[in-house]
Design a protein around this ligand. Structure first.
Ligand code: ADP
Ligand code: ZN
Length: 523
C-alpha cells in the first residue's frame, strides 16, 4: 500500500483531532507512513522525542488492532489511560488482569473494537494468547523499548528474544516497528539481528540534547552541602536527585526538608499509593525536588525539570543519558550534575559478582564506559554522543570541561612516580595495584603488603580532580536496598534486581537524624 496525499492530509487531521497537535515532530510523519505502507521500521530516538505517536497514529489509521509489546505494566496502563482519554479504544493484556477481564479484552479485540492492544512479552508467549492472536485481525506489531532484546542494552529481557518467532507464527507477514532510545551500535545490531529487521527502514535521530549542561563533580564529604546550596541558589526550579539505594533516597529527602527545601522520596519500597501521591505532587509543583531511585522516571512527562543530580554514579552511560534526559524536555536549559567517586564504581561492581560470566563482563564493560566518561578531561557531550555512535566535529562549549578545561600537568613527573612505585614494590605487582598506591587508595592488597607506607603512596592524587578523599566510606551502604532495575513484578511494582546483603552497621552516624546545614541556609 502506498501512501497518498489524501492519506497524508488525513493523518494531519487525525493528529489535530485526536492528540491536539498541529504538526508532526522530526521524522514522525515519515515513520508513520512507512508503517502504513506495510514496511518494517526501526526507530531510534532519544527519550521524549515522541516515539509513541509513531505507532499510535498508524494504529488509529489502519484497520484491525495494532499489537504493542511493552516491558512495563505501569507504562502500559499509563498509555492505555491516555489513549482512552483521547477517545481511542486501547486495552492491555498482562498478568494484572483476572481471567474474566482477559476474556473481555480478547473478545473486544476479535470483534475489531480495539485499535491498540498493549501486551507484555511474557503474555505474548502464552499458548492461549497465541491462539487468540491468530484469530484476531492484527494490523501491525510495535515493539517498544526494543533494546530489551539485547544483552548489551541496560535492561535485557530474555523473553524479548522470542518475539520474532511468535510474530512469524501469527502466519501473516505483519509489518513490524521496533522503537528504542538506546542507540549504541552494538545494541542496534543486536535488535536488527534478533528481530530479523535487516530490511527495515532505519530512522535514527540525533541524541544531542543541546539544552542540557553536563557536569561531573568529585564526590566528597561536602556533597550534601553542595546539593543544598545548588537547590537554594536555584530556588523554585524543579529537579530530580537520583540515588542508588532506597535508604539514601529517604535520607536525602529528609535532609532537604530539614533545610527548608520541599522534597519527596520515590522508590520501589514505598506503597504504590504513596508513590503515586508523591509523583502527582511533583508533577503539580507542590514539591520542588523528587529524590528517587531509578524506579522513578520512565514514562513520566514533566517538561520543566530544570536539573537532574546523580548522587551516585549510574551503572551505565545509557542509564545516565536516560536519567539526565528527564531534564529540559521543554527545550529550555537543564543542568545535569553527577557526583562521582571511584568507590561508588567498586560498590556497583560488587553487585555483579553473582552474575554469569557473560553478564558480568557486559556489566563491567558498561561500568568501564561510565568511569571513562566521568574521568574525562575533554568535552563530555562529544564523548557521550560518540558512545551512541554519533560524531561531533567540535567541542560543545556547554559542559564543565568545555567551560573550564582541566589543567594540564607534566606527564614526566607522573611517569617517574609510577616507575619509582614499580621499583619500590619489587617489580611484582600489576598496574591496578601501582595505581592504587599512587592514588593513595588503601585496597585490601595495598594494606596487606603494607604499601601504604612507601614513599610514593598517594603522590598522584593531586593529578586527578575526580578522586574522592573518603576511602573509609567504601562499604557504607552495604545495608541499603539498592534499586538497579526498571523492571516490574506482576503488580506493576519495580523489582530491585540486586539487594545488598545485610551486614551489621558499623558506623553510628548513619542513624543520626538529619540536621540543617547552617552554612547553606544563608545562601
Ligand atoms: P518517547 O516515547 O520518545 O520518550 P513520548 O512518546 O512519550 O516520547 O512523547 C514525549 C512527549 O511529546 C509527550 O508528551 C507527547 O505527547 C509529546 N509529543 C509527541 N509528538 C508530538 C507532536 N507531534 N507535537 C507535540 N507534542 C508531541
Ligand atoms: Zn563540551
Amino acid at each position: 500500500m502506498s501512501v497518498t496525499q489524501e492519506t497524508a492530509d488525513l493523518l494531519k487531521e487525525k493528529l489535530k483531532e485526536t492528540f491536539g497537535f498541529s504538526q508532526f515532530r522530526g521524522e514522525q510523519e515519515d515513520i508513520i507512513k512507512n508503517t502504513l505502507s506495510g514496511e518494517n521500521t526501526f526507530v531510534i530516538m532519544p527519550t521524549g522525542a515522541g516515539k509513541s505517536l509513531c505507532y499510535q497514529m498508524p494504529a488509529i489509521a489502519m484497520e484491525g488492532t495494532a499489537i504493542v509489546i511493552s516491558p512495563l505494566i505501569a507504562l502500559m496502563k499509563n498509555q492505555v489511560d491516555q489513549m482512552n482519554a483521547f477517545g481511542i479504544n486501547a486495552q492491555f493484556l498482562n498478568s494484572s488482569l483476572n481471567r474474566a477481564e482477559m476474556t473481555k479484552v480478547k473478545n473486544a479485540v476479535i470483534k475489531g473494537e480495539v485499535k491498540l492492544l498493549y501486551i507484555a512479552p511474557e503474555s505474548l508467549t502464552k499458548e492461549d494468547n497465541l491462539t487468540f492472536l491468530k484469530q484476531a485481525n492484527i494490523s501491525f506489531v510495535a515493539i517498544d523499548e526494543a533494546h530489551c532484546i539485547s544483552e548489551w542494552g541496560h535492561d535485557f529481557r530474555p523473553e524479548y528474544r522470542r518475539i520474532r518467532n511468535i510474530v512469524e507464527s501469527m502466519d501473516k507477514a505483519l509489518p513490524i516497528i521496533a522503537l528504542t532510545a538506546t542507540a549504541t551500535p552494538k545494541v542496534q545490531q543486536d535488535i536488527q539481528k534478533n528481530l530479523n529487521l535487516d530490511d527495515a527502514r532505519l530512522f535514527k535521530s540525533s541524541f544531542n540534547r543541546k539544552n542540557l549542561y553536563y557536569e561531573i563533580r568529585a564526590k566528597r564529604d561536602d556533597i550534601d552541602k553542595q546539593i543544598i546550596k545548588y537547590i537554594k541558589v536555584n530556588h523554585g526550579k524543579a529537579g530530580i536527585i537520583y540515588c542508588l539505594s532506597r535508604k539514601k533516597v529517604e535520607e536525602i529527602a529528609n535532609l532537604l526538608n530539614v533545610n527548608g527545601i520541599k522534597a519527596l522520596p520515590y522508590h520501589a519500597g514505598l506503597d504504590s499509593d504513596v508513590r503515586m501521591a508523591n509523583q502527582e505532587a511533583f508533577l503539580n509543583e507542590e514539591t520542588e525536588v523528587m529524590v528517587a531511585t531509578i524506579a522513578f522516571g520512565m514514562g513520566i512527562d514533566k517538561p520543566d525539570v530544570r536539573f537532574v543530580i546523580h548522587y551516585d554514579a549510574p551503572k551505565s552511560l545509557e542509564g545516565y543519558y536516560q536519567e539526565t534526559g528527564r531534564a529540559g524536555r521543554d527545550g529550555l536549559e537543564g543542568t545535569c550534575i553527577m557526583f562521582y567517586a571511584k568507590e561508588d564504581i567498586n560498590k556497583l561492581d560488587k553487585f555483579n559478582k553473582d552474575k554469569t560470566v557473560v553478564e558480568r563482563d557486559t556489566a563491567r564493560m558498561l561500568l568501564h564506559e561510565m568511569v571513562h566518561y566521568a574521568n574525562l578531561g575533554t568535552c563530555r557531550r562529544r564523548q557521550l554522543l560518540n558512545y551512541f555512535g554519533e560524531h561531533m566535529d567540535k567541542d560543545c562549549g556547554f559542559c564543565d570541561n568545555c567551560n573550564k578545561p582541566t589543567p594540564k600537568y607534566k606527564v614526566e613527573e607522573a611517569v617517574v612516580l609510577a616507575l619509582q612505585t614499580v621499583e619500590l614494590t619489587g617489580e611484582s605487582f600489576d598496574a591496578q595495584h601501582i595505581a592504587d598506591i599512587l592514588m593513595g587508595y588503601k585496597s585490601q592488597f595495598v594494606g596487606s603488603n603494607d604499601h601504604q607506607k612507601i614513599a610514593t603512596f598517594g603522590k598522584a592524587k593531586s593529578y586527578f580532580k575526580l578522586n574522592s578523599d573518603d576511602d573509609e566510606d567504601d562499604d557504607d551502604d552495604e545495608d541499603d536496598e539498592v534499586e538497579f532495575s526498571d523492571e516490574e513484578d506482576e503488580d506493576g511494582n519495580p523489582i530491585p534486581k540486586a539487594k545488598a546483603k545485610k551486614t551489621p552497621k558499623s558506623k553510628s552516624r548513619k542513624n543520626a537524624e538529619p540536621e540543617p546545614i547552617e552554612q547553606c541556609v544563608s545562601m
